[in-house]
Design a binder for this molecule. Structure first.
Ligand SMILES: NC(=O)c1ccc[n+]([C@@H]2O[C@H](COP(=O)([O-])OP(=O)(O)OC[C@H]3O[C@@H](n4cnc5c(N)ncnc54)[C@H](OP(=O)(O)O)[C@@H]3O)[C@@H](O)[C@H]2O)c1
Length: 268
């Protein structure tokens, strides 16, 4: 199958949908972009006024349809979605918990794929998982990979059997990192630091460690060792966090719980 025809239709112009569309516009996407959203934001209205998008045009089958509504809304708007799907439409869903089989059945084509972004995608620093069906064409997969790049890095194709575990790392992971900053700040306060200072130190440290990690060839374990001199201050703290494997086993258990919940919500 050839590369999909140019032309993008987005249903759901909320946070993620707008982050994607903003990137398509900025990169000078070659085809027309239509966005369907019953209560368009000021940003969508501005894009329409500037001629970047068609906002809520009459529904016609899309070349590529991107579904970015909340999963709770999805069952109620299947009729509107089907009006945007024709025999050649390529459908990408970024909704959590809607499986490829359910999507294909609901929209009436096997030419579907799902993606799982994460919240740093809102600032272009995301990690998005792309999960096409096993028989997807390389052209469709490559095209969808490109379409997702406004959100940041894209991993895939990932098999649907891996999506729950991958989601438990990158989809839920920002919350783990926020929790780390939160508990670091709380510990600083508990040990006498001013609240604002403790929070500033924790936020900047988590961000700086992330940037350093991405800038380095070394794995995180080596970077950790590099700041942990024998008998030193950091070592004293890490000895507590790693006592009896506490932090690794807690994280493994937490990720296991996320995987189970993701599978329950996906009806598996
Ligand atoms: N944010 C994340 O980190 C993240 C991560 C992974 C996956 N996702 C998935 O991404 C999807 C979008 O998330 P989001 O954070 O961007 O949510 P959001 O900001 O609530 O965006 C959803 C948009 O869909 C609009 N909408 C509601 N009914 C509609 C209809 N009938 N037709 C067209 N549009 C309609 C909403 O409008 P109203 O606001 O007026 O209702 C809103 O603008 C969700 O399925 C979510 O599971 C998000």
């Amino acid at each position: 199958m050839a590369r999909p025809e140019p032309g993008l239709t987005l249903i759901g112009g909320g946070r993620m949908g707008s982050a994607l569309a903003g990137g398509w516009i900025k990169s000078g996407y070659e085809g027309p972009i239509s966005i369907h959203d019953p209560k368009p934001s000021d940003l969508l209205t501005e894009w329409q006024a500037a001629g970047h998008i068609a906002l809520n045009p009459d529904p016609t089958p899309a070349a590529t349809l991107v579904i970015a509504v909340k999963p709770q809304v999805y069952p109620d708007i299947l009729g509107a979605i089907r009006a945007l799907v024709g025999p050649d439409t390529l459908v990408l869903s970024i909704m959590a918990g809607v499986t490829l089989d359910a999507l294909a059945r609901d929209v009436g084509t096997r030419r579907v794929a799902r993606a799982m972004p994460n919240t740093p995608g809102l600032v272009g620093e995301g990690m998005t998982l792309l999960c096409p069906p096993a028989d997807a064409s390389d052209e469709d997969t490559a095209y969808l990979h490109d379409l997702l790049t406004p959100l940041g890095a894209v991993e895939g194709p990932i098999g649907e059997d891996q999506i729950s575990a991958a989601t438990a790392i990158s989809g839920c992971g920002p919350a783990y990192a926020f929790l780390l900053a939160e508990v670091m700040a709380a510990a600083g306060r508990a040990h006498g630091l001013d609240e604002g200072l403790a929070l500033r130190l924790a936020r900047k440290t988590v961000q700086g460690a992330g940037v350093l990690m991405m800038d380095s060839e070394d794995p995180p374990s080596r970077l950790r060792e590099n700041v942990t001199s024998p008998g030193g201050v950091t070592k004293a703290a890490l000895d507590v966090l790693m006592r009896d494997g506490a932090m690794p086993s807690l994280m493994e258990e937490a990720v296991g719980a996320a995987i189970r919940r993701d599978r329950e919500l996906s009806g598996e």
